[in-house]
Ligand binder design. Structure first.
Ligand code: PXP
Length: 244
C-alpha cells in the first residue's frame, strides 16, 4: 500500500495579507496552531531576499513556538545560509530566486552550478537539517543533485499545473512520473509542489513514490472561498445584535 503523503502547508500568503496592513492580523502563529490541529506535517515558509511576505522574525517565532516542524525554502546565498544555521529548521529546500518574479518560476539549475552548490552543500554536512533541492522533472538535474550527495528533491509541478488548466498536461505528468521513478532507482526521496489544487493534485498523489507535497497559494486562497460566507454571517449577526 502507498505510504501516507506528508503535507507541508506554505503560509507565505498569510504573511502577504498580514503585510497589507501594519498589524499582526492574520497572525501567523495562530495559523500555525490551526495547521497543527489539522495534523499537517510541516509549516513551509519561503524567506525571500526582498522579504515580500515572510520576514526574519516570522521564521524565528515559528521555529521557537515549534507547533510543527519548520521547512525553510530559501535561495543558495550566504545570507540565507546564515539565517538557516541560526534558525536550525527541521528541513531546508533550496530554490532559485529572481527578485522580479511573482513566484518561483522554475526549478534550480543544479547541473550548471555544481561547484558553487557543492561548496554550499558541504557546509550542511554536520547540521541536523534535511536538505532538498527544488528542481524541474529532469533526470539530468536529479542526477546532479545526487552527485552533490543531497538525498531529497522536490519536483517543481508548476508547469504541470498550468498545463492541467489548459487540459494539456500529459507530457509534463509523464516527465514527473519518470523523474519520481528515477529518484526511486537512485535512492533519492521525492517531494513535489507548486500550483497544486484539489483537481490537479489527484494525478500527482497517485505517483507511488512521491512522499511529500508542499502547497500554499491554493490552500490559503481556498480558505477565503470556504470561510468568507461564515465570517460575513458572523459579522452581520454582531452588527445587528451588538449587545448579545
Ligand atoms: N514548493 C516550493 C519549493 C515553492 O517555492 C513553492 C512556492 O513558494 C511551493 C512549493 C508552493 O507553491 P504554491 O504556493 O503554488 O502551492
Amino acid at each position: 500500500m502507498k505510504k501516507k503523503i506528508r503535507l507541508g502547508v506554505n503560509i507565505d500568503h498569510v504573511a502577504t495579507l498580514r503585510n497589507a496592513r501594519n498589524e499582526n492580523f492574520p497572525d501567523l502563529l495562530r495559523v500555525a496552531e490551526i495547521l497543527r490541529d489539522c495534523n499537517v506535517d510541516l509549516i513551509t515558509v519561503h524567506l525571500r531576499e526582498d522579504r515580500r511576505h515572510i520576514n526574519d522574525k516570522d521564521v524565528e517565532e515559528l521555529k521557537n513556538r515549534n507547533y510543527l516542524p519548520l521547512n525553510l525554502e530559501m535561495a543558495a546565498t550566504d545570507e540565507m545560509k546564515n539565517i538557516c544555521f541560526k534558525t536550525n529548521p527541521s528541513s531546508c529546500c533550496i530554490v532559485p530566486e529572481r527578485r522580479e518574479e511573482l513566484t518561483t518560476e522554475g526549478g534550480l539549475d543544479v547541473k550548471n552550478q555544481l561547484d558553487y552548490l557543492g561548496e554550499f552543500v558541504s557546509e550542511f554536512k554536520d547540521k541536523d537539517i534535511k536538505l532538498s533541492f527544488f528542481v524541474d522533472p529532469d533526470i539530468d538535474q536529479i542526477d546532479a543533485v545526487a552527485k552533490l550527495g543531497v538525498k531529497i528533491i522536490e519536483i517543481h509541478t508548476g508547469k504541470f499545473a498550468i498545463n492541467f488548466h489548459k487540459k494539456n498536461h500529459h507530457l509534463e505528468l509523464n516527465r514527473i512520473k519518470q523523474a519520481a521513478e528515477h529518484c526511486l532507482e537512485i535512492g533519492i526521496d521525492c517531494h513535489a509542489g507548486h500550483g497544486l489544487n484539489f483537481d490537479n493534485v489527484k494525478e500527482i498523489s497517485k505517483i507511488p513514490n512521491i512522499i511529500e507535497l508542499n502547497v500554499g497559494h491554493f490552500l490559503i486562497s481556498n480558505a477565503i472561498m470556504d470561510g468568507l460566507d461564515m465570517t460575513i454571517r458572523k459579522f452581520m449577526k454582531i452588527i445587528n445584535h451588538p449587545s448579545i
